[in-house]
Design a protein around this ligand. Structure first.
Ligand SMILES: [Ca+2]
Length: 506
């Protein structure tokens, strides 16, 4: 079937319908997530990572340079993005929150894919969209979101001789008294080495399999409106990618982080215990990783990003080959960032810029500003209303985000005055805002308490790496007061004034 380029011109719009396409007012959605992805590609002005396919998507879409998740850890970020609600509404603030699943608290909430499903779309998922990534631990998924059951990977990570040996040892230790057969380790979620470079084809590892599933799904779904969600598992630890991707990052050329100290004047809440990497056998239980490990983790992360990029490319190539590109909105996002040692942190789960800022690229064949970037402050909670608006799907009234669809035509228009994130630490809740210039974080005794445990202020004009907390400097007292008020006023007070802007732009 021939596709017709979607356009806002009424004549072509009618042509699209008369050609027997599935209604041109129902563009497909290709919804691509990657896990723990930092925005460090060429299209973000960085050269550390090789990402030709994501860069090509950016060239026909829009790069959101300042997009922030609402809670910098998998479960909380994804629950917020996919329900269109903020963590205080989902009540999932971390992976350890009281509610394991947002439906424990919000039984009838209509998720983003569910809203598309309820409005004439076929919604399907492959890989990690909610927190659950594997067949063996899928209690975190959400069957109501999808037209068909979500497809999940097998849990096996390791393929090198050393990786398999360590994984078998770990499995034997954990199942010692339970009589499990050691060869059964491949069917369990086993954490061994933090990284390895198996000399295998892309499709042996999980993200290659997700790409294969995505390609098959496109072929099946091409004649009906679809919301196809692909959740790639990398670059989440363990950093495992086929060797050919590691070879693209020779050790001598890889630059490790230089600001691996805690910020000067950091609060007691800013450091983390690095619990995530310490789960792996080759990361020390206490203290710092060796310089050799720092280098290998930095390389491994980059290799995983390039591996994911290649899988994204395969899926986008198939979209093009099937003639669906001109009728499909593509969105690529990472659920939150990751510290590769910066700010004295290995991992996520902080309120720093490196945890809260993540990639967001949107391509809509109808957009006027294709290939442009925007520095507007946008939030992941905005993705739900944006995709609904772009696809003509009704917006539920409970949403707590704002559609950023207008930015796709006018990337420089005035937008939100702040992006909001939150993450708890040491029995305190950290609430953080990113304004045009500052990141300001306030730690209070509990979520609702006003008892302050500490404050952090980073000036991104002078200190983009957030190396110096200037909250307690006397000369900043007035600024801290103003940012405290802005934080307290909340997201309702930070919204763009849409009507005024529309008037101005005429
Ligand atoms: Ca994640």
């Amino acid at each position: 079937m021939k596709t017709v380029r979607l356009t806002r011109l009424p004549g072509l719009f009618l042509l699209a319908i008369s050609c027997g396409l599935h209604a041109a007012d129902k563009p497909n959605i290709l919804f691509i997530a990657a896990d723990d992805l930092r925005p460090q590609f060429n299209c973000y002005g960085h050269s550390e990572m090789i990402t030709p396919n994501i860069d090509a998507l950016a060239a026909r879409g829009m790069v959101f340079e300042r997009a922030y998740c609402q809670a910098a850890v998998c479960r909380a970020s994804r629950a917020s993005l996919l329900t269109g609600l903020r963590p205080d509404s989902t009540e999932i603030w971390s992976n350890g929150s009281r509610h394991k699943h947002f439906r424990d608290h919000l039984a009838d909430v209509v998720t983003l894919p569910e809203q598309f499903k309820n409005n004439g779309y076929r919604s399907q998922a492959y890989g990690k969209l909610y927190h659950g990534a594997f067949k063996v631990r899928n209690g975190w998924n959400d069957p109501k979101s999808w037209s068909d059951p979500a497809w999940l990977n097998e849990p096996r990570y390791y393929y090198t001789e050393e990786g398999v040996r360590v994984a078998r040892e770990v499995f034997a230790r954990k199942t010692k008294a339970k009589g499990a057969k050691i060869d059964d380790w491949v069917n369990h979620f086993v954490l061994g080495l933090s990284h390895e470079a198996p000399d295998v084809d892309d499709d042996v590892l999980q993200d290659g399999q997700i790409a294969l599933q995505g390609i098959a799904a496109l072929r099946k779904l091409k004649d009906e409106p679809f919301f196809l969600a692909l959740g790639f598992l990398k670059p989440h630890l363990p950093f495992i990618a086929p060797k050919k991707y590691w070879d693209m990052y020779p050790p001598g050329k890889v630059k490790v982080a230089t600001n691996r100290e805690a910020p000067k004047g950091a609060t007691q809440f800013s450091p983390t215990s690095w619990g995530h990497p310490r789960n792996y056998t080759d990361f020390p239980n206490k203290g710092e990783p060796s310089e050799e490990l720092v280098l290998e983790l930095t390389r491994g992360y980059a290799a995983c990003v390039t591996y994911v990029d290649a899988q994204v490319g395969r899926v986008l190539d198939e979209l093009e080959r099937l003639g669906l590109s001109d009728n499909t909105i593509v969105i690529l996002w990472g659920d939150h960032g990751w510290h590769l040692g910066e700010n004295h942190i290995w991992g996520k789960a902080t309120n720093f810029e490196l945890s809260t800022r993540a990639p967001l690229i949107v391509s809509d064949p109808r957009m006027k500003a294709a290939g442009k970037k925007t520095s507007a402050l946008v939030e992941f909670v905005d993705i739900y209303p944006t995709l609904c608006e772009l696809a003509g799907v009704p917006l539920p009234d409970f949403l707590e985000g704002t559609s950023f669809a207008p930015l796709l035509d006018e990337p420089e228009r005035p937008w939100k005055s702040a992006a909001f994130s939150q993450y708890p630490s040491k029995s305190h809740m950290g609430r953080s805002i990113r304004t045009d210039r500052y990141r300001f974080t306030r730690w209070t005794r509990s979520n609702k308490s006003e008892k302050i445990g500490g404050m952090e202020l980073y000036d991104h004009h002078n200190d983009p790496q957030e190396n110096v907390n200037i909250a307690n400097r006397p000369e900043n007292a007035e600024l801290v007061k103003q940012l405290t008020e802005q934080l307290a006023a909340g997201w309702h007070a930070a919204l763009p004034t849409l009507k005024q802007n529309q008037k101005d732009s005429k």
